[in-house]
Design a protein around this ligand. Structure first.
Ligand code: PLP
Length: 347
């Protein structure tokens, strides 16, 4: 049975919005359904569950400027266009049909409105998920089954809006002890073996989570993966950045900001992209790997960045303390807060 009134989560609770195919007069549309995420909804045959066969995005939403009664949701998603573009790229790599970006935006807005009603003043994590849908079903991903002509949207689609976990904020402020872990593939694998879906935000994150548990068992907070040929890649849920202060001929000091090569099979980070755009506007030099672990040790600062965690300084690599620079951390956080449209992700 459907709830009579629209669901409003209580304090600290989450809300889900399902995007369901809807055969209207103009063809296939998408109808939104706001619900309590504790209500079971996904079929046990859904390949997102049985095979990790799907894609996702994790975005954050913060207080919107000028929000007030009647101004719509008081929360605004950061870098929404970049996340939607990456979701589309991931879905294309997996050949999963996706509702249009405008429907995801509507779903996120509906979820944020419900979330904010129960959680005033709380920032939110907005997770978008698209799975391949139930096994053996030619069409229709959800409870709504396909009708003739509706086979286009065959996946299962939802948006989950939750409060930001306080643990992440604490880690960001404390800094991170990081373990370098071998990903077991070389830096040329993305080009050579596209079926491995390197650099795609697929639901198959079991390996990434296992790496984080391994790090925890060794007393570390996070991980930087390396390739079998010794390149720095990325964190299990973050992009690696490093900075060097470079003395200039006129006596001043410039700053170079470097991230690993995208072509090494890493996810192009939206946080990295927006930070680089702001850094470039501020006159910093930008660089793209290849980077080796020794480059990180020799840098003036190393950070893990992602949409929810923001900019977290790395304090230790494999148990050894590395240089930290609080001023650079603050500048990077300010760059991220500028919320610029990300520029190029580099080669
Ligand atoms: N790399 C991986 C593997 C990730 O899972 C993520 C985000 O979760 C990132 C990088 C950072 O991406 P973004 O800055 O877009 O959040």
């Amino acid at each position: 049975p459907q709830p009579a009134a629209p669901f409003v989560p209580g304090p600290g609770e989450s809300v889900v919005v399902y995007l369901e195919p809807d055969a209207g007069p103009a063809g296939v549309g998408v109808k939104l359904r706001v619900d309590d995420p504790r209500r079971p909804a996904i079929l046990v045959t859904d390949q997102g569950l049985t095979r990790g066969d799907g894609v996702f995005e994790t975005m954050t939403a913060v207080a919107a400027e000028g929000a007030g009664p009647g101004s719509g949701s008081p929360l605004r998603v950061r870098k929404e266009d970049s996340h939607l573009a990456r979701l589309a790229t991931s879905a294309q790599a997996l050949e999963i049909p996706l509702p249009p970006a405008a429907d995801w935006q509507r779903a996120a807005a509906a979820g944020l409105e419900a979330f904010a009603a129960g959680n005033p003043g709380v920032d939110a994590v907005v997770k978008l998920v698209a799975s391949r849908g139930p096994e053996g079903a030619p069409g229709g991903g959800h409870h709504v089954r396909a009708e003739a002509g509706v086979e286009r949207l065959t996946g299962t689609y939802w948006v989950l809006v939750s409060p930001v976990s306080p643990g992440l904020v604490a880690a960001r402020e404390r800094g991170l002890k990081v373990l370098l872990l071998d990903r077991g593939v070389d830096s040329g694998v993305a080009e050579r073996a596209p079926w491995l879906l390197m650099g795609t935000k697929s639901l198959s994150y079991a390996v990434n989570m296992a790496a984080l548990r391994y790090a925890a068992s060794q007393g570390a907070d996070d991980v930087i993966f390396t390739s079998s040929d010794g390149q720095v890649l990325e964190g299990p849920t973050s992009t690696v950045l490093m900075a060097r202060r470079i003395p200039q001929q006129d006596g001043s000091t410039g700053i170079e900001l470097v991230t690993p090569l995208r072509s090494s099979g890493i996810l192009p980070g939206t946080s990295q992209g927006t930070i680089f755009a702001a850094a470039q506007a501020a006159g910093w030099q930008l660089g793209y790997g290849p980077l080796e672990p020794s480059d990180l040790v020799d840098a003036d600062g190393v950070w893990l960045v992602s949409s929810v965690r923001l900019v977290a300084p790395v304090t230790h690599l494999d148990g050894e303390e590395i240089p930290q620079d609080a001023e650079l951390t603050e500048l990077l956080n300010n760059f991220l807060a500028e919320d610029r449209e990300p520029g190029e992700h580099g080669p």
